[in-house]
Design a protein around this ligand. Structure first.
Ligand SMILES: Nc1ncnc2c1ncn2[C@@H]1O[C@H](COP(=O)(O)OP(=O)(O)O)[C@@H](O)[C@H]1O
Ligand SMILES: [Mg+2]
Length: 291
């Protein structure tokens, strides 16, 4: 079997990509690292995705590691791999959905997964109408935020309105979301195929709503309830990803999904759970190629 790990170049490569390549090699798989920015796509009488002199169509499996920095080129590259019929954990369409928080929520809601009531509008006045009718506190999120960086809790309607003005000035698209009362814990399940290969929770620092590690949160091993497991599987299926992480908070005794991460980092969860997450992902890849 020939595997390509498609992601950042050697210098930009993080822990997760390195670990996946390492585990694939340990498993005896012929593995090549392909920097996604160096892939050449061609449309002509033939359509191809080429790295160096080799078509990516020659690989038995492509494992993408596409972060939001490389999402622009990620979509067309994955689309070409779809056309070439290469096996991989998700299609270009799934990538497009996952990189858009709002469309992700729409897909989840469509599949009967609980999500917080969320609004998107291009109009400042419509956004202010939503705020006027909404209950406090409320969340305003940057559509393209990650790591907790674009997430704000609004304690007053005045604060929400001035945030809307500011974001419009900065040309930032925002979401307005209902605040879900929760214990300050963000629960994550990582899916590989039909299995949840690891799960943990992040606990927000005191006085902080966001449970992200970058926002001062800390990780702890956590076993999902059967209801959470079902939610995780439904969510992965809803966006069409065979490998992904599903993030939930528990509010009023039921899980609500906040986002699906199609490019989950594995450093934090490996450390906290002691599970070899990279190996489990590679085991899944092996089983996919065999089937
Ligand atoms: N609707 C909400 N109600 C309560 N807490 C929320 C809500 N949305 C987000 N949070 C908190 O903020 C954190 C970051 O939000 P999230 O949507 O996951 O953005 P990011 O992509 O930046 O991680 C979550 O992990 C959670 O702790
Ligand atoms: Mg999050």
């Amino acid at each position: 079997m020939k595997l390509a790990v498609l992601g950042p170049g050697v210098r930009a490569m993080g822990y997760s990509t390195k670990r996946l390549i390492e585990e694939a090699k340990t498993a005896g798989i012929k593995t090549e690292h392909i920097p996604i920015l160096e892939v050449k796509l061609v449309v002509n009488d033939k359509t191809d995705a080429i790295y160096g002199k080799k078509s990516l169509g020659k690989f038995d499996y492509v494992l993408p590691r596409i972060d939001s920095k490389r999402a622009g080129i990620g979509y067309p590259v994955i689309r070409f791999l779809d056309l070439l019929g290469v096996r991989k954990p998700y299609s270009a369409e799934a990538l497009r959905i996952a990189h858009d928080k709002f469309i992700t929520l729409e897909r989840l809601a469509f599949s009967s997964v609980n999500v917080p009531e969320t609004y998107l509008t291009g109009s400042k006045s419509v956004a202010k109408e939503i705020v006027k009718k909404g209950r406090l506190p409320m969340m305003i999120k940057l559509l393209s935020g990650y790591g907790g960086q674009g997430v704000m809790v609004m304690e007053s309607k005045e604060a929400a309105e001035s945030t809307i003005d500011t974001m419009q000035t900065l040309h930032q698209q925002i979401l307005i979301e209902k605040f879900l009362k929760n214990p300050g814990e963000d629960i994550r399940g990582i899916v590989a195929g039909d299995e949840i290969i690891a799960s943990y929770k992040r606990i927000a620092a005191i006085g902080e709503v966001r449970a992200n590690i970058h926002a001062g949160g800390r990780g702890e091993a956590f076993k999902l309830t059967p209801e959470m497991e079902e939610t995780v599987f439904k969510s992965a299926k809803a966006i069409g990803a065979r490998i992904c992480a599903v993030d939930m908070i528990e509010s009023k005794g039921r899980p609500s999904v906040l986002e699906v991460n199609i490019n989950p980092g594995i450093q934090g969860i490996e450390k906290v759970t002691g599970i070899n997450v990279a190996k489990r992902m590679i085991d899944f890849v092996k089983s996919e190629v065999k089937s």
